[in-house]
Design a binder for this molecule. Structure first.
Ligand SMILES: [Fe+2]
Length: 222
């Protein structure tokens, strides 16, 4: 798992010439504020009720036997600020639909099956180097209307005192539904590149597909 914000990672973020930094080292000059991760709507399915198991493995639920249905994946990344400095101790709230496109939420009108083995929600803290990672499954698409299906996506809310809270969504590169999604299409192409993530098989995780999501948030200016 990547534990450092490397030059290569910065280049993946599209930070170009500003990418001469490693974890902990600020970039001189103005920060690449145009690279801040774009906000996306929270949506109606943020969990209403607390649950005991909110750890980094969403494919297993305490007290349940067996694993969540669907294709297991690893999502890792880091929270960084506009100066490319890692943001340690940030709360990373993650929630998503199950493999059938159904949320563990009483207001979800989707008639798709529930999955008691799927955790659906995690609350993580970034490490000292700003990194986080979790295991989950690729969420299913779900209908909003007859004409509109939301593409598979994972909701994120990132918070830390001294920074602007960010709510956004992460998408899966190559999914056909991305092109028609009204919410993703609120973003420019450059902004889309910050939230659409490619997944590739990872030897480190027994061949499971893994992707990296780097989240840039803004400091509150006093
Ligand atoms: Fe959603």
């Amino acid at each position: 798992m990547d534990k450092k914000i490397t030059r290569r990672t910065a280049l993946q973020l599209g930070l170009g010439a500003a990418a001469g930094s490693v974890a902990g080292a600020a970039i001189p000059g103005p920060g690449p504020s145009h690279c801040v991760t774009p906000a996306q709507t929270e949506g109606p399915f943020y969990p209403k009720h607390d649950q005991p198991d909110k750890d980094a493995d969403l494919t297993m639920v305490d007290g349940q036997t067996g694993a969540a249905k669907g294709e297991a994946i690893i999502v890792s990344g880091a929270v960084i600020d506009e100066s490319m400095k890692p943001v340690a101790g940030a709360l990373v709230d993650v929630w998503q639909a199950n493999t059938h496109g159904k949320y563990h939420h009483e207001d979800d009108p989707n008639t798709a099956p529930t999955d008691p083995q799927f955790q659906g929600w995690a609350q993580l803290r970034t490490d000292d180097d700003g990194t986080f990672s979790f295991k989950t499954i690729i969420p299913g698409a779900y209908p909003v209307s007859d004409e509109w299906w939301r593409p598979p996506h994972i909701h994120f809310k990132v918070a830390k005192r001294g920074y602007h809270e960010l709510t956004t969504q992460m998408y899966f590169a190559g999914n056909d539904l991305n092109e028609k999604d009204s919410i993703l299409n609120e973003l420019t192409d450059a902004e889309k590149s910050r939230v659409v993530v490619g997944f590739t098989p990872s030897d480190e995780h027994d061949g499971a597909n893994a992707g990296h999501f780097y989240i840039m948030i803004r400091k509150v200016i006093a």
